[in-house]
Design a protein around this ligand. Sequence first.
Ligand code: HEC
Length: 102
Amino acid sequence: MKNTILRIIPVALLAASFLIGMLTVQGYVVAAEHDATTQADPMQFSRGAQTWANNCARCHNMRDAKSLRDDQWRVAIVHMRVRANLTGQEARDVLAFLQGSN
Ligand code: HEC
């Protein structure tokens, strides 16, 4: 009995340190991904304004950025991206511009 416990302890310690190590690595990876995706793109707003000016008054009057809330613009851009034939990047730029101007 005593022998079994003595044999289990090092294995348990090894497993515990492995788990802690994995969690730490995972924490770093998540933090790095978070930084990459939330990093501000300083040109996005002006690119968005340009794309908006070039595309969003082709079919209807220019909608004032202040006419919709952030969440409403998100939905509108999902629809208008298809109508205006925008790339994903262009749609994200326009959305950033509109949400930053309302
Ligand atoms: C190819 C034509 C076309 C282009 C380009 C276009 N739209 Fe539209 N848009 C429409 C049509 C048609 C509707 C109304 C029917 C609908 O919702 O699909 C509409 C509706 C909307 C609405 C909803 C209006 C309301 O009062 O409910 C918003 C907001 C809007 N567009 C914004 C935009 C923005 C921003 C862009 C530029 C990314 C854009 N549109 C480009 C055709 C277009």
